[in-house]
Design a protein around this ligand. Structure first.
Ligand code: FAD
Ligand code: NAD
Length: 486
């Protein structure tokens, strides 16, 4: 006989995906509980409810990126006639961190309130599965209780991973879990890695006045359009960030004055240099190790990512998984949120809609921001063939940059990739100011199947950067409009 379960849904993980699913399920009348427990980072940083995005991801990153862009505006202000601006004024790290951390604390508190008001039972406890319906909860004093649920959602996200070739690495470096909560400016910093986290963090650290070097093992922004990735690198280099390419740290040691001596080898030649801080941004691993998933029968890949079907079901029918801990899904906050809401609708509102990962827009918040939707040029060629696509582009400068001397050598870039047979725009790329704001609206059009001709027939807003996207010209392939002599 089936014993009554305490909850209709138990959510493990109070980050973007878990919170969204719990709140939506409770709104639909389900009896819901959520456990969120943060293991401190090696530096001891411990944060509140909200997961990666709120505590150590999107939110502090965007605020620090904003702080860095404000620094650049000092020069523009002087050229625009502001008289008391000092172009060489210094940045106060402690003040920024205090304000950012206070904002995060407010968000943590807000999420707790939302759960309470939404009638979701919140456990600030570490969860682990005992069987497919029973969860063991342990608090920070080691007290244990068990609860039961009909359905379980695993939304445990991920934590930074460390290169495995350096002895004692966790004591010698910091990760993005530490950076946003550091009480002191990290000083001269070596960033290891070359994707979102490395380029964004390296970018804002330099923007607020730090000396920064970025160590790149192979290419910048793997998976993104490489023409644009290289333009981002070039722009950052021109601003004064050093790129050390084609290597990884061979050794990291603490010096007597607690700095970091880093050794690396390029083409057989050994280099060494002292940094105040080494930030590793070499990818993330899923937080699934201690959930007892294997014993319960949930299948994972060798990196601990959970294998799910399109309806977010794991290999155990009443256990679901969403967000960063799932194999093959984009690691982005809005995808985790949407996925969680849709899952709640399917479980408790008889809905059938599945998450669509087609044309998900994203932005990399590098000093010059990069927004993109759909295929990179490389992926479009691989999937459709070089003769089946046309690439359009525009090199441009925002009006303000032409007017201000300090931007004289800089330029922005836009690229559209179009399928020749139906003229559908399958790749959208914008490198320029406010990329997130520019890109979001175009994502609606791309989801609706917009064609190049519809872009062309749209009247631009002048003078903006966004208008460049409705007037790009063909550089590779056949421009149908030109062929027809339009
Ligand atoms: C530096 C950085 C910047 C980023 N910037 C952006 C950005 O600008 N835009 C964007 O869209 N995305 C960004 N991301 C990615 C985004 O933060 C993640 O994709 C998103 O937070 C994933 O949500 P999630 O719900 O899957 O997991 P998470 O938000 O990681 O939440 C998981 C939660 O589960 C808890 N947990 C784990 N195990 C247990 C357990 N056993 N018991 C109880 N609780 C547990 C964790 O402590 C955590 O609180 C960034 C990521 C990083 C690292
Ligand atoms: N703006 C945003 O939306 C945003 C920002 C940050 C992160 N994120 C999400 O977080 C995810 C994780 O980002 P990430 O940058 O941490 O990881 P990633 O997995 O995307 O990139 C890891 C980088 O580290 C390098 N690397 C790996 N092992 C290395 C080693 N041993 N030595 C030197 N280099 C090594 C890789 O070549 C790569 O450049 C992303 O996939 C993204 O979805 C999103």
């Amino acid at each position: 006989m089936d014993v009554e379960k305490q909850y209709d849904l138990f959510v493990i993980g109070g980050g973007s995906g878990g919170l969204a699913c719990a709140k939506q399920a409770a709104k639909l009348g389900a009896k819901v509980a959520l456990a969120d427990f943060v293991k401190p980072s090696p530096l001891g940083t411990k944060w509140g409810l909200g997961g990666t995005c709120v505590n150590v991801g999107c939110i502090p990153k965007k605020l620090m990126h904003f702080a860095a862009t404000l620094g650049e505006l000092r020069h523009d202000q002087v050229e625009a006639g502001w008289v008391d601006t000092q172009v060489d004024s210094k940045h106060n790290w402690e003040k920024m961190v205090e304000n950012v951390n206070n904002h995060i604390r407010k968000l943590n508190f807000g999420y707790k309130n939302q759960l309470m008001r939404g009638d979701v039972k919140y456990y600030n406890k570490l969860a682990e599965l005992i069987d497919a319906n029973t969860i063991k909860l342990t608090d920070n004093k080691g007290q244990i209780e068990t609860v039961t649920a009909k359905n379980i959602l695993i939304a445990v996200g991920g934590r930074p991973s460390y290169p495995d070739n350096i002895p004692n690495i966790q004591k010698l470096v910091i990760t993005s879990d530490d950076l946003f909560w550091l009480q002191e400016n990290p000083g001269k910093t070596l960033v290891v890695g070359a994707s979102y986290v490395a380029l964004e963090c390296g970018g804002f650290l330099h923007g607020i006045g730090n000396e920064v070097a970025i160590m790149v093992r192979s290419i910048l922004l793997r998976g993104f359009d490489q023409e644009i990735a290289e333009k981002i690198g070039l722009y950052m280099e021109e601003k004064g960030i050093r790129f050390i390419r084609g290597c990884v740290p061979d050794m990291i040691e603490a010096t007597e004055d607690n700095k970091r001596k880093v050794t690396w080898i390029i083409n057989g030649q050994k280099y060494e240099e002292i940094f105040d801080t080494v930030l590793v941004a070499t990818g993330r691993v899923s937080d699934t190790q201690k959930l007892n998933l294997e014993k319960v029968g949930v299948n994972m890949n060798k990196n601990g990512k959970i294998l799910c079907s399109a309806d977010d079901k794991t290999s155990v029918p009443n256990i679901f998984a969403i967000g960063d801990c799932v194999e093959g899904r984009p690691e982005l906050t809005p995808t985790a949120i949407k996925c969680g809401q849709l899952l709640a609708n399917r479980l408790f509102n008889k809905a059938t809609e599945l998450m669509s990962y087609e044309f998900v827009a994203t932005t990399v918040f590098t000093p010059l921001e990069y927004g993109c939707i759909g295929y990179s040029e490389e992926d479009a060629i691989k999937k459709f063939g070089e003769d089946k696509i046309t690439v359009y582009h525009s090199i441009f400068k925002p009006l303000e940059w032409n007017y201000f001397e300090m931007h004289s050598g800089e330029s922005c870039f836009a690229k559209l990739i179009v399928l020749n047979d139906n003229r559908r725009v399958i790749g959208f790329h914008y490198l320029g100011p406010h990329a997130g704001e520019v890109t979001q609206g175009y994502a609606v059009a791309m989801k609706m199947g917009v064609t190049k001709e519809q872009f062309d027939s749209t009247v631009g807003i002048h003078p903006t950067c966004s208008e460049e996207l409705v007037q790009v010209t063909a550089v590779k392939g056949i421009d149908e409009a030109q062929k027809e002599g339009c």
